[in-house]
Write a protein that binds this ligand. Sequence first.
Ligand code: ARG
Length: 574
Amino acid sequence: MLLFKSRLSAELKKVLDNINDAHGLDEEKIAQMLEYPPNAEMGDIALPCFKMSKSLRMSPVMISEKISQELEKLEICDIEKIETVNGYLNIYIKKDYFAKNVLGNVLEKGEKYGSFDFGKGKTVVLDYSSPNTSKPFHIGHLGTTVIGHSLKKLHEFAGYNCIGINHLGDWGTQNGKQIVAFKRWGNKEEVEKKGCDGLVELYVKFHEEAEKDPSLNDEARAEFKKMEQHDPENIALWKWFLDISLKEYKVTYDQLGITFDYYMGESFFSDKMDDQIQIMRDKGLLKLDDGASIVDLSEYNMPPCLILKSDGASLYPSRDISAAVYRKQNFDFSKCIYVTSAGQSLHFAQWFKVMELMGYDWTDELVHIPYGTVSIGGEKLATRTGNVVLLKHLFAQAIEKVKAIMDDKNPNLENRDEKATAVGVGAIVFHYLSNNRIKDINFVLEDALCFEGNTGPYAQYTYARTCSVLDKAVGIDRSAAGSYEINDKEKALLRTISLFPEKVLQALNEYEPSVITRYILDVCTAFNSFYHDCQILGADDESAKAFRLNLTEATRHVLGNAFTLICMKKTEKI
Ligand code: ARG
């Protein structure tokens, strides 16, 4: 549709120029004004004429009529008819355009359908997931993990070279707390055996004990200080804890089909601050405040940005500054995207500003993408009180539920475990990515695990349906497809399929994977409605059968491509 739209915009521009060149619109603006009507009775593409009314000094109704008359004269190919309704210009596109151009294009491009190459030669760094080691990997991290990965896939689809970085929170007093807890109450075998759970138990125990004896907090700071001074015993413990956490994260990432190009977290940057501090000093940006070094941002209506602790150690913002410079130097990015909860928006605004004040002229390439916070039962997540849902438990529950359904419906399914993981985890991902990212979420387990209606399993099931039709059609001659006259259901499906590239652009521009999730549902609805009404393999006409197989194949491509963009696995048979 993108091609048709730009052709149409060019023609509309000419027509408008003839009517009155005071309209002040270029082709791009006209393209932006074009809308896709919600149902087929209102045309395939429409131009609302209200905004032009002022500059053209005509009523929207008159404008639409005038444009319609002029357009008719041009006899633009692929337009079937033009209607004007209440200030809208409704354009109906010939069925043949969908049956030949759109379908042909999808089949030719296949796995590349919907992709672009405008990102070629440019690098985008994406910083996402980035859990704090020592704390549990929970539902609060689902957003950064799946939104981040989806943005990576979207950028790759636009031709960018993408680098995914897991900026682990692996260096801070919390690691000191863990060491105190282990030294006091831990034992090696138990931690080995329990993995992350063992570490979290120690972390929780630390907080319980510190309530009674606050001096434990000083002890934790002292242990962390020793880490910063490279104390071999503490560094060995810290590395061991880190390995345990990473091993477990990787199981979850694996289930999601996510890999990172780098695990390069805060510890890596903790001692790489010197050059940046020097620049801040040279520019007179650093101020002492109670022994700590800060950058005053009151002029920009923000609280000060903390750069160094009183003992000279780096902090979260200063590590982010050194990481940004490191990434710019090593990866030469044209954009560096940070995906975190909206709770960190101030943090990013602060250090972006500091970098600007330091004189870096590429700070507009740093992009913070916030998402809404997650609560459970209306309450904030809190490890200490146990108000958390661990991702591994959530995924395990979803997978179990799928297995039970599979055992009931399809007991002889091959690779059952692998498929149950794809569907179970896919259900959670789809559920999460259905909402606008900025919306706060009250997580309800039953909703996430509900597979009825507009859900991930429904989408994956539709995909599997296209695969099974095509499996049965191997060897069927499809050469007669071209002579088939398509019906309204088929046109509606093709029209939906034709919107995919624009949805990809929208998702990219708005950093909004939910555009793709919702689009998947549109495709599924259109396909299932077609499937319900039209016989595919059972069609009595050879050309209908051939065409419908092509249409099924196009649906499979578009769904498969869209699944990949929201990190949902493709399921051939379920
Ligand atoms: N570790 C942080 C957290 O769990 C997120 C890190 C995001 N990335 C960054 N470069 N600051 O909240």
